[in-house]
Design a protein around this ligand. Sequence first.
Ligand code: DO4
Ligand code: MG
Length: 284
Amino acid sequence: MHLVRYLLPGQRPQAGVRTDDTVAPVQGIATMAELLRLSADELRSATDHRADGVPVADVTLLPPLDGRGEVWCAGVTYERSRGARMEESTEQSVYDRVYSAERPELFPKSPAWRLVTDGEQIGIRADSGHDVPEPELAVVANSRGEIVGFTICNDVSSRSIEGENPLYIPQAKVFAGGCALATGIRPAWEVVDPKNLTIDLAIRRDGADVFTGTTSTKQLVRELADLIGVLFAGNEFPDGVILATGTGIVPELDFALRAGDEVAISISEVGTLTNTVAVGREPF
Ligand code: DO4
Ligand code: MG
């Protein structure tokens, strides 16, 4: 089962539940924000009370966040990410220190309205020379800070802009098409062990793989509840929040995304996310 948002022709976006090839609204609920204002227990029982469904083929699936929902990212949470940042950056020590510091690196990535989802174009900046996808397990928290689900985030990033100066991180990380989420949120109660999931990345160019990589969330050095705890420590998320937990897959420095590349991410028990790269993606 996945929590989704979808559009039927001529209707408003609707939040609901996808099971196999059917989507159905949750009774009395219109938006993901409403679902993410429920407690974890309330959400679980709400998903048992569904109205009649329609075939998923008849709807357009939307990014699974709305209203005042936000996506945040954690950084340098895998050994591979620490190494890659130290290689690309003029300021190596900040990455080395944050990897083992008590306070994690967290940064705002996208409001709900700027998200793209499966099948849509992701963007890389026209003023960046070196860009990569970052395939990340994303934790979904309700407005109370309870972990209620998991999805996939592609934290598309400019290595050249961040590498020049870490103070440029907002420009390296936040831009049109820079944040993609899978269409579905797998409820937390259906994921046996979120610290034992396989993450795969494949980048295809002209029909052939030009990069493949795999990692496991076992390699993630932070606890998910700790990351959410820090995120909520000085902030509120009245319509819920999605926190991408960092990348454990970074291509070597000689690889960069190009327009037309297809980026496919899969996370076991969670789902898949596939997008094509555009340079200087058109605004909505
Ligand atoms: O410090 C830069 C961001 C790192 C990041 O996004 C990651 O490790 O996934
Ligand atoms: Mg990242």
